[in-house]
Design a protein around this ligand. Structure first.
Ligand SMILES: Cc1cc2nc3c(=O)[nH]c(=O)nc-3n(C[C@H](O)[C@H](O)[C@H](O)COP(=O)(O)OP(=O)(O)OC[C@H]3O[C@@H](n4cnc5c(N)ncnc54)[C@H](O)[C@@H]3O)c2cc1C
Length: 461
C-alpha cells in the first residue's frame, strides 16, 4: 500500500538488501560515489541515500514496491547523463540499471533487443560486426533509456529518423511492480508515451527492441572559421541546410572558450561520398575561407568515431528553442553578439549557440504519432554555457544570467518549443515547451500508469 503522505520513514535498507539480488550501496561503499553522481557536475552535491545496482527485472520490481510501501523516492538511472541531474533521487533510492545490459541481435529479422541500462558504446560495439544501424548518439556513456524515451536526435536522424522512431517494443516495470510489454498493440498508449515523453515518467523500462537498418558509407566534415566570419557563414549555412538532402545533417556552431576568440564551426555527417558533400557545402565555403576544412570519406563506423563527443562533464547548462525556418539576419546577429559578450569561465568547453539541423525523416512522422512533438523544426537552437568546479559562485551566476538573457533574446527569432533531452531545469512552461500538442495525452498516460506519482522529479509529468 502507498503511504499517503509520501514522506520517507526511517528506511530499513537491510530489508531492501534482503529482497534483491543486486547490491545496495551506501556512502563509503565501493562504487557508490560513481553510481550516485550526475554527469553534469553542476549537481555534484546532490546524492541519493542508497543505490541499488539492479541485477534483474525482478530486482527492479521488488525495489519499486519496497520504495512505494516505504514512501521512499525512487529514480531509475541509465547512463546518468541527464543535463539536469534528474536520475538522482536526493536522499532517496537510485535504481542503477547499468547491469541490465544484455543484448540480443537477430540478424535474420534485423531486430535488436537491449537491456534498459545499456550504454551507447556497448550497443555500437554489438551492432558493428553485423553492420546494422540504429540512430544512436555520439557519447559512449549516454544510456539508451534516457536517449530513446526523450526521442533521440542524431546526425543520421534526418535520414533514419529518431531513436524512438526505430523502437518497436519496450518492457516496462510499472509503479505497482507489474511488468508489461508495450508495443503497437499491447499498452499502446504507454508505448506512444515512451517515444518522446521523457525518461523517468511512466515506469522503469527494462528492455527496448529496435528495428535496425543497413549502414551507409558516409563522409564527414569539420569546418572552422574565425569568429569575424560567423555572421555571414551562419546566414549562408542555414540556407545550405534548408536545401540539403536528408542524407546530410550538420551542427552549425558559434562558440567561445575562455581567453580565445570566437569560432564558427560546421560539423556533420553525410550518408554519401565526400565529393557530394563538398558540393553541398560549396556556397558556405565561398563566403570565407575556413582556417580548417576537413571533408573526408568514411565508412559508417569511422564516421561515428569521428563524431564521438567528449566533454569533461564540468558544470554546464543548456537551453533550447526550435526554428522551422533559418534564423533571420537579425537573429544571427543577436546570437553572434551574445557569444562575443560571454562573461567567461575556467571551463575549456566555453559557451555558444549551436543550430542542430533537424527535419527530413524526423518531420515525415505526424507530430502526434509519437510523444515527440517537434516534427516541424528545421533547427534545434541550443544555447549553452559551462564553468568549472573551481570557479567562484559569481562566475557560475554570471554564466547562468548570460544564458537566460540569450534565451530571452532568441525568443524573438525562434519558438518556445524545447527538447526534453537537453533538459533545462530553469525553463518556465516546460510542459508545453517539451510536449506541445502531446501534453494532455501524456498527462493522461501518467495518471493511468503512475496515479500515485511514485516516479517523481522536478519536471515529472
Ligand atoms: C555528452 C552528451 C551527449 C549527448 N548527445 C546527445 C545526442 O547526440 N542526441 C540526443 O538526442 N541527446 C543527446 N544527449 C542528451 C541525452 O539524450 C540525455 O541526456 C539522456 O536523457 C541521457 O540518458 P541517460 O540514460 O544517460 O541519463 P540518465 O540521467 O540516467 O537518465 C535520464 C532520464 O531518463 C530516465 N531514465 C534513464 N533510463 C531509464 C529507463 N531505462 N527507464 C526509465 N527511465 C529511465 C532517468 O530517470 C532520467 O529521468 C547527450 C547528453 C550528453 C551529456
Amino acid at each position: 500500500m502507498v503511504r499517503p503522505d509520501r514522506r520517507p520513514v526511517k528506511a530499513d535498507w537491510g530489508e531492501l538488501a534482503d529482497l534483491v539480488n543486486g547490491r545496495v550501496l551506501g556512502p563509503g561503499d565501493p562504487g557508490f560515489a560513481e553510481a550516485s553522481q550526475a554527469f553534469n557536475k553542476r549537481y555534484a552535491s546532490v546524492r541519493p541515500a542508497r543505490v541499488l545496482s539492479a541485477a534483474s527485472v525482478s530486482d527492479v520490481a521488488k525495489a519499486i514496491i519496497w520504495a512505494r510501501d516505504h514512501g521512499m523516492p525512487i529514480t531509475p538511472r541509465g547512463g546518468g547523463h541527464s543535463y539536469a541531474g534528474f536520475s538522482l533521487a536526493p536522499d532517496g533510492l537510485v535504481l542503477d540499471l547499468r547491469g541490465l545490459d544484455d543484448m540480443r541481435i537477430d540478424a535474420e529479422t534485423g531486430l535488436v533487443t537491449v537491456g534498459g541500462g545499456t550504454r551507447m558504446g556497448a550497443l555500437y560495439a554489438a551492432l558493428q560486426p553485423h553492420d546494422l544501424a540504429i540512430p544512436l548518439g555520439n557519447s559512449d556513456d549516454v544510456g539508451i533509456g534516457g536517449l530513446v524515451l526523450g526521442g533521440g536526435v542524431l546526425a543520421v536522424s534526418r535520414a533514419f529518423g529518431l531513436t524512438c522512431d526505430a523502437l518497436i517494443e519496450t518492457e516496462v516495470v510499472l509503479a505497482d511492480g507489474t511488468v508489461v510489454t508495450a508495443n503497437a498493440t499491447e499498452h499502446p498508449d504507454l508505448f506512444w508515451a515512451c517515444r518522446g515523453g521523457g525518461g523517468g515518467n511512466f515506469g522503469v523500462n527494462t528492455s527496448f527492441t529496435f528495428r535496425t537498418r543497413p549502414t551507409m558509407d558516409s563522409s564527414t566534415c569539420l569546418l572552422l572559421w574565425h569568429g569575424e566570419h560567423a555572421r555571414d557563414v551562419l546566414i549562408q549555412m542555414q540556407e545550405v541546410m534548408r536545401r540539403a538532402p536528408n542524407l546530410f545533417a550538420a551542427r552549425l556552431g558559434i562558440s567561445r572558450a575562455a581567453g580565445e576568440d570566437g569560432v564558427m564551426s560546421v560539423i556533420g555527417q553525410h550518408l554519401g561520398p565526400a565529393g557530394e558533400l563538398r558540393e553541398i557545402l560549396g556556397p558556405a565555403l565561398a563566403v570565407a575561407t575556413p582556417f580548417r576544412a576537413d571533408i573526408e570519406d568514411k565508412d559508417y563506423w569511422q564516421a561515428k568515431d569521428y563524431l564521438h563527443h567528449i566533454t569533461s562533464g564540468d558544470p554546464f547548462a543548456a537551453r533550447t528553442r526550435c526554428a522551422s525556418e533559418p534564423l533571420s539576419e537579425a537573429g544571427v546577429v543577436a546570437a553572434v553578439a551574445a557569444v562575443e559578450k560571454w562573461p567567461g569561465s575556467g571551463n575549456p568547453d566555453g559557451a555558444g549557440v549551436a543550430l542542430f539541423t533537424w527535419g527530413g525523416a524526423i518531420n515525415q512522422v505526424p507530430a502526434t504519432a509519437t510523444a515527440f512533438p517537434h516534427r516541424d523544426a528545421l533547427f534545434l537552437v541550443s544555447m549553452d554555457t559551462s564553468w568549472s568546479a573551481g570557479d567562484s559562485p559569481e562566475v557560475a551566476a554570471d554564466n547562468l544570467a548570460w544564458l537566460s538573457a540569450l534565451y530571452e533574446e532568441m525568443g524573438e527569432f525562434a519558438t518556445d518549443a524545447a527538447y526534453v533531452n537537453f533538459t533545462d531545469p530553469d525553463l518556465a512552461g516546460w510542459q508545453n515547451a517539451y510536449y506541445g500538442p502531446n501534453l494532455a495525452r501524456l498527462i493522461d498516460v501518467k495518471c493511468r500508469y503512475d496515479p500515485d506519482r511514485v516516479f517523481s522529479f522536478p519536471q515529472a509529468l
